[in-house]
Design a protein around this ligand. Structure first.
Ligand code: ADP
Ligand code: MG
Length: 266
């Protein structure tokens, strides 16, 4: 049984007189415990599918099934808790007037997670789990760096104890070094908590490190899906091939050159 199935989903947006076909007959499954990457250029429909999975947008056609049950457009609390979203820009999803601790506490309160008396302690544990000092609970989002804020957004997804997390460009706004650390955190958490990820990104070098399978979107259509190794080493679709060709790959010769250069710089 798949944890999540997207079945023949189409989405049209009407803007003034024109209709945008953001998704066109998209179907795929997500298996429990895997990391499925969704890749594609800007405007290919990645965030639209994320929003439909989360119930933020409703599909024009088709359906989304969670544990073999069709998800309704209007989701009750239990379903809202079951699937969590981490967005590119956590500033837009964290209330600027609430402290970090209050935001995390609210997630626990809303979903009735744990005993009331234990929830402050749970907030501290969550912060520690994402590598932040528990004193950060007194801070406002503005007093954190981008990477730290993204860690808080991840902690909030964890607070709901959901097993399925949709990550929409979670590291795209971060510096390369910070990006690597947040990716490492996401990998550790996935292991530790046995999570399932739908990992949306336009950055293919990230995919290679983290994803088990890759789904390639082009102009609202899913043009290729397969194991990360297969899609990278033997892309079937011309668009995927072009996408892959654009990734800077460090070949053996290039690496040797880099090693030599760093030797001479010592
Ligand atoms: P991606 O995340 O891959 O960059 P999106 O899913 O955000 O792409 O967008 C896919 C297409 O749908 C784009 O043409 C975009 O302009 C359009 N679109 C997305 N959201 C809306 C919206 N709320 N209203 C109108 N058009 C939208
Ligand atoms: Mg997007």
């Amino acid at each position: 049984m798949s944890l999540l199935s997207v079945y023949k989903v189409s989405k049209q947006f009407t803007v003034g007189d024109s209709v945008v076909q953001a998704l066109d007959d998209v179907s795929f499954d997500v298996q429990e415990g895997e990391c499925l990457a969704i890749v594609g250029e800007s405007g290919s429909g990645k965030s639209t599918i994320a929003n439909i999975i989360l119930g933020i947008y409703s599909a024009t056609e088709g359906s989304v099934l969670y544990k073999d049950k069709e998800l309704p457009d209007k989701r009750g609390k239990a379903l809202r808790r079951a699937i969590q979203l981490v967005q590119q820009n956590p500033l837009s999803s964290l209330n600027p007037r609430r402290t970090i601790g209050a935001s995390l506490r609210l997630a626990l309160d809303v979903h009735g997670i744990g005993e009331k008396k234990d929830r402050n302690g749970m907030v501290e544990t969550l912060l520690e789990e994402v590598g932040l000092p528990s004193e950060f609970r007194h801070r406002s989002p503005a007093a954190l760096s981008g990477g730290q804020r993204q860690r808080v957004a991840i902690a909030r997804a964890l607070a709901c104890q959901s097993r399925l997390v949709v990550l929409d460009e979670p590291t795209s706004a971060l510096d390369v070094l910070v990006q690597a650390r947040v990716l490492k955190l996401l990998e550790d958490l996935k292991q530790r908590r046995n999570l399932t990820y739908i990992f949306i990104t336009h950055d293919l070098s990230v995919v290679r490190n983290i994803a088990d399978r890759v789904a390639v979107f082009e102009k609202g259509q899913l043009v290729e899906i397969g194991s990360t190794t297969d899609v990278f080493e033997d892309p079937k679709n011309p668009y995927t091939r072009r996408l892959m060709a654009a990734v800077p790959i460090v070949g053996r010769d290039e690496q040797a050159l880099r090693d030599k250069l760093s030797e001479t710089m010592k």
